[in-house]
Design a protein around this ligand. Structure first.
Ligand code: PEP
Ligand code: MN
Length: 262
């Protein structure tokens, strides 16, 4: 169902008041984790003003250490839906388990994290909903495995899948992961599904986010998901890769210029 063979035209996925794919571009910005209402509201305000058209933020966080901040849970989602409504921006947040699905009724798009790309029971359960899914690529998953995970969702009836490349593990240590630019071109050859790039988790450092973002657009990406925080130096998670508000503004300006040129 994800294959281009039976469906040659690019899919256009509607997420709240925006469309993604087939020439429609998503510029998604927001913090790694929702920390409190003030933080999310501030972020959403400058993301929107800069030209971002969708808001990200994690409430359930898949942290490497159980002692790290785990997210605000349901109250984080409540903050997010009120901020999204207030600013009229669609919202995306990560769902980690089947029993959390019902808490996401006011969230416009489910995010399946890299660590859950092959949680097949979760994928099947999400396939029974009709909400768009942002399916991240596992950090050690091949493109074929990633597309098969999309099939798990689509085969249950939900065809609103957006692929998200967030960097893969390589031998390189200067970046957290390695952004796989070829994945954009390959996915475009194999599938009709839109592909969004997450340079934040690929890089793990904010200084190269702009280069990676522009390269992704040049390669044909349908959107970007970017971590940004009003005060990255005090962020609860992923501060080192989060853009300062001013950097997000500068990036977004270039993004729309390059997108218009494509
Ligand atoms: C995130 O988006 O904050 C996140 C945890 O991403 P990933 O699943 O790609 O590591
Ligand atoms: Mn993060």
């Amino acid at each position: 169902k994800a294959s281009k063979q039976l469906h040659p035209d690019p899919s256009v996925i509607e997420v709240g008041n925006i469309k993604i794919g087939g020439g429609h571009f998503a510029m998604i910005g927001g913090p790694c984790s929702i920390e409190d209402k003030d933080q999310l509201e501030k972020t959403a305000e400058y993301v929107k003003e800069a030209g971002g058209n969708m808001l990200r933020g994690g409430a359930f966080k898949p942290r490497t250490s159980p002692y790290s901040f785990q997210g605000l849970g349901k109250s984080g989602l409540d903050i997010m839906s009120s901020v999204g409504q207030k600013l009229d921006m669609p919202i995306v947040s990560e769902v980690m388990s089947i029993d959390q699905i019902e808490l996401f009724k006011d969230v416009d798009m489910f995010q399946v994290g890299a660590r859950n790309m092959q949680n097949f029971d979760l994928l099947k359960a999400l396939g029974k909903t009709n909400k768009p899914i942002l399916l991240k690529r596992g950090m050690s998953a091949t493109i074929q495995e990633w597309l098969m995970s999309a099939e798990y969702i689509m085969s249950e009836g939900n065809e609103n899948v957006i692929l998200c490349e967030r960097g893969i593990r390589t031998f390189e240590t200067t970046t957290r992961n390695t952004q796989d630019l070829s994945a954009i071109a390959i996915v475009k050859e194999l599938s009709h599904l839109p592909i969004v790039i997450d340079p934040s988790h690929a890089a793990g450092r904010r200084d190269i986010i702009e280069s990676l973002s522009l390269a992704a657009i040049a390669a044909g990406a349908d959107g970007l998901i970017i971590e940004t925080h009003p005060d990255p130096d005090h962020a609860e998670s992923d501060g080192a890769q989060s853009l300062y508000p001013e950097q997000f503004k500068q990036l977004t300006e270039k993004v729309w210029k390059l997108h218009a040129f494509m």
